[in-house]
Design a protein around this ligand. Structure first.
Ligand code: GDP
Ligand code: CA
Length: 369
């Protein structure tokens, strides 16, 4: 079992993106602040230059907010250009006539330093004139989308209608927002996560946002996943990666839809075997700490679906797919049982309160400490 050193706790840097700041100044501020914070807290690192460890290619299987927070840390310990993120699109929906990709967008916004981290979704300093206008016109606008967030969706919808693929428009959005990491949707094809609940079969956003995850879930399906193909470059990124991370995301709602697309499971297993031979290593970070989700319905959902609602239950879901499992210190007692699943265990602090904790968790997951 590997234990990471203990660093003093620190607070999230506040004041990201001043009110009225231009996008460029927000991005610059973010990039400088992130690195300055890391260098100051770790100490002794060069003030010029980029991230600390280059030449380690990392591929990450990601959902939304949990993944996005982990990725913020990741791109402060390895250069963003060495990172490929493969993001769940099972949450995607059509809202107000537009293609909404919540997980792809929240990952992109966090990597751009433009996410509203206090609210937990959407863009910093966004306004809500359009949804307010829709409500005034009598629309049941239960899905809140900020105006600039809507612009992202409008831009995507126009590009898709013009015949471009989702991965292409995602790359264009990332370039426009200054994101250097490669963000790939898990697929360009349509996949829809649906919840079979005591209130009937619900599309993901209906369950998650409109019904606030209240209905009891009996089963989850990923409609279309069996016919979907991984986005171009995704399997290659997994094959070429020195490290593959399964982000601390909801295993059922965020990671499982990706794994349901043919090709990803095999790619993870291949990366795992290569790791055992001394090459790539596949690492999963538990989204559950001391039997609690940091946010969201993961624990209740795991229990409803018959999984043990703990970090051990998550490790069982990933058995055979990852070689290392990152447990929170609060769950250190679970380490022997996780090891019995054939995984190496890293015990560290996994609650990402601020920039420093995010960077430290990423470093621990990559085995770079
Ligand atoms: P969503 O698609 O926006 O719901 O986000 P994800 O599926 O990526 O992430 C949700 C999961 O992230 C939840 O199960 C949380 O417990 C987990 N999570 C969020 N923040 C943290 C954190 O700081 N540490 C850990 N270990 N997990 C976290
Ligand atoms: Ca999501």
């Amino acid at each position: 079992m590997q234990r990471s050193p203990v660093y003093p706790a620190c607070q999230e840097l506040s004041g990201f993106g001043h009110r009225g700041a231009t996008k460029q100044s927000v991005l610059l501020h973010t990039a400088v602040a992130a690195r300055a914070a890391l260098y100051t807290r770790i100490g002794g690192l060069p003030r010029s230059g980029r991230a600390e460890v280059s030449g380690v290619r990392v591929a990450v299987i990601a959902g939304g907010v949990g993944a996005a927070r982990f990725l913020e840390g990741l791109v402060s310990v390895v250069p963003p250009r060495d990172v490929t993120v493969i993001v769940n699109t099972g949450d995607d929906a059509e809202m107000y006539g537009l293609r909404v990709c919540p997980d792809v967008d929240i990952v992109t916004y966090h990597l751009a330093g433009l996410a509203d981290t206090a609210r937990g979704w959407g863009l910093l300093h966004d306004t809500f004139h359009v949804v307010e206008g829709l409500r005034r016109l009598g629309e049941d606008a239960w899905f809140n989308l900020g105006d600039h967030d809507l612009a992202t969706c409008l831009h995507r919808t126009l590009a898709l209608r013009a015949g471009r693929a989702l991965h292409e428009v995602t790359a264009a959005t990332c370039a426009a927002l200054g994101v250097e990491a490669r963000v790939l949707p898990m697929t360009d094809d349509a996949v829809a996560t649906r919840l079979l609940t005591d209130a009937g079969t619900l599309p993901f956003q209906e369950y998650f946002v409109h019904r606030r995850t209240e209905p009891e879930v009996r089963a989850v399906e990923y409609a279309g996943a069996d016919r979907a193909r991984p986005a171009p470059g995704a399997l290659e990124a997994l094959a070429d990666a020195d490290r593959v991370c399964i982000a601390p995301s909801n295993p059922v709602l965020s990671i499982a839809p990706v794994l349901a697309v043919p090709g990803y499971r095999d790619a993870l297993q291949a990366a795992l075997s290569a790791g055992q031979a001394g090459g790539a290593r596949v690492v999963a970070v538990s989204p559950i700490i001391a039997g609690q989700a940091v946010k969201g319905p993961a624990v209740r959902l795991l229990a409803s679906l018959g999984y043990e609602p703990t970090a051990l239950g998550v490790a069982r879901i990933y058995q055979g797919l990852c070689g290392t499992f990152v447990l929170d210190r609060a769950d250190a007692a679970l380490a022997p049982e996780v090891e019995r699943l054939g995984m190496r265990v890293v015990v560290t602090d996994t609650l990402m309160r601020g920039r420093f904790e995010k960077a430290r968790l990423a470093a621990a997951a990559l085995g770079l400490e």
